[in-house]
Ligand binder design. Structure first.
Ligand SMILES: [Zn+2]
Length: 431
């Protein structure tokens, strides 16, 4: 066993500038910042340990989602360990983008929440830790829930309205689907949980990604042969797919369980009895019908009916992803030969899931292009703006506007809490 290790520190090290004169003992330059909490901060005197708490104004941060490609490029722009940095081939745009984002995040007016797709894609890279460092610096611990949870959240919200016959909007409050508090004043330190990721998990993610891509390539080939199909046809097919797939998985699972009940010698692992996401979801949907007054058996019938109903296409993630797939499909109908790239599947997943919750999203050129085509442009009418490399100028104008809208009172509050040099971008992150 390893000997115990001790870290010795002076509690006064936690008291940071900017320092004031202590109101209790009168020592100059000794009353510094001890900690920054959600909406107040605490000062302590280095000399007499006198504490006082100061309230902080409410924040209203803009929410910007940055896709993995941008995270990766910003990392390369700053990280001397990467080949791209050494060769000097990284477009300066990414460096400037980092400077602007980091400054706005530090000024407490912007947050760039991270997501499971950041993690899944970073894990596959040889630069996992530096990538994680980058997205955590900009997210400050605010992370979207995993995609299954967000989907479930939208569906359950929708099914409640479907049962009550109301056509009210789906609840798209971002605060319900993230870990961490967006509008907290952030502490200077980022607490990062670093877990050892096993090779098995990495292989699983890689395999899943490759399989999804292979299937996508096959679907694209099929689209090429659909000469008589319209955008609307593709949209309808895609919108139905979610409910149909879930029902299939549900039925297959129950068949298997019934078979195993009769043939216990065929059980290979207790994991066979673990219900897949689709089963959990369908049971939850059925329980909402049962709660509304139908019998147990009728609950399941109603759940299936609901999942195959046209109203499913009103659910934001189904609507957006179906439209993006349909936009891509019509490119293949009109002659596109190039297969979809490896990241396309994840890009469509991420955009369709997170777009309605954001003020803006920085995404890849291709998906951005589809969102500008009709009927997408008119139908995907959430408040989020989208940007990409092709719209660099507009993106920087957007960020500069956030900066110029900051009030002088807010700037002086930030300086009071963090010091005047604080908003300087952390470009030496990897040095
Ligand atoms: Zn004092």
């Amino acid at each position: 066993m390893k000997d115990k290790e001790y870290i010795v520190f002076d509690p006064r090290d936690f008291i940071r500038s900017p320092f004031w004169t202590c109101p209790k003992c009168g020592a100059t330059d000794s009353f510094g910042v001890l900690m920054i909490c959600a909406n107040h901060y605490v000062r302590r005197c280095k000399n007499c340990r006198f504490d006082d708490s100061f309230s902080l104004p409410k924040l209203n941060k803009k929410i910007l989602y940055i896709d993995q490609m941008a995270i990766s490029n910003m990392m390369k722009a700053l990280n001397p360990a990467t080949k791209a940095y050494q060769k000097g081939t990284v477009d300066n745009f990414w460096f400037e983008m980092f400077e602007k984002l980091d400054t706005l995040v530090k000024l407490q007016v912007l947050i760039c929440p991270d997501s499971c797709s950041h993690m899944d894609e970073s894990i596959l890279s040889a630069f996992y830790q530096p990538l994680k460092r980058m997205y955590e610096l900009l997210s400050h611990g605010v992370s979207f829930y995993d995609s299954q949870t967000i989907k479930r959240f939208q569906i359950i919200n929708h099914v409640e309205k479907y049962i009550s016959g109301k056509s009210a909007e789906i609840d798209l409050d971002i605060h319900r689907i993230v870990h961490g508090n967006i509008n907290d004043w952030q502490d200077r330190f980022i607490i990062s949980v670093s877990s050892n990721i096993g090779e098995e998990l990495i292989d699983e993610i890689r395999e899943h990604r490759e399989k999804a891509h292979e299937q996508f390539v096959e679907i694209a080939k099929y689209w090429q042969s659909c000469k008589d199909k319209s955008f609307q046809d593709f949209f309808e097919t895609e919108a139905k797919a979610f409910g149909e797939t879930n029902i299939q998985v549900y039925l297959r699972f129950n068949e298997r369980i019934a078979y195993l009940a009769k043939n216990p010698d065929k059980i290979m692992s207790p994991l066979e009895f673990m219900p897949p996401d689709a089963v959990v979801l369908i049971n939850e949907i059925a329980s909402h019908f049962i709660k509304a007054g139908v019998s147990e058996s009728e609950g399941l019938v109603q759940a299936f009916k609901y999942l195959t109903s046209p109203s499913m296409r009103d659910i934001p993630f189904i609507k957006i992803s179906s439209m993006l797939y349909a936009a891509l499909a019509r490119k293949y109908v009109s002659g596109r030969k190039k297969p979809p790239n490896q990241g396309m599947f994840t890009d469509i997943e991420t955009i369709s899931l997170l777009l309605p919750y954001c003020d803006a999203m920085f995404i890849d050129n291709e998906c951005h292009g589809y969102l500008q085509e009709n009927p997408l442009k008119e139908s995907i009418n959430y408040n989020a703006r989208t940007f990409c490399q092709n719209t660099k100028k507009e993106f920087f104008e957007y960020l500069d506007k956030i900066f110029s809208d900051i009030s002088p009172e807010h700037i002086s509050k930030v300086q009071e809490v963090y010091g005047s040099d604080w908003p300087q971008p952390y470009t030496s992150l990897y040095k």
